[in-house]
Design a protein around this ligand. Structure first.
Ligand SMILES: [Zn+2]
Length: 77
């Protein structure tokens, strides 16, 4: 798997086994692209090896930043 690039967006899911996020595909999503996932995909978590089927709503675009996709806050609370 290619290294992630800071500031690029990727299609990711959250593992149904270990809850970690991982990429659906190596390639980043072009900035501003309207990404549509048409069908459910069977994916294997690179972290724990858990294999599960993911529906399109579970597949999301996350921007890779230093804080990671699980960044919290934003000054709202
Ligand atoms: Zn996992």
């Amino acid at each position: 798997m290619k290294a992630k690039e800071f500031g690029k967006s990727y299609l990711v899911v959250f593992c149904k086994g270990c809850k970690a996020g991982f990429r659906v595909q190596d390639e980043p999503v072009p900035e501003g692209a309207n990404v549509q996932v048409a069908a459910a995909q069977t994916l294997t978590c690179p972290g724990c090896g858990h294999k599960a089927q993911y529906q399109p709503p579970e597949i999301r675009v996350a921007k890779y930043q230093k804080e990671g996709p699980g960044k919290r806050g934003g000054g709202a609370s």
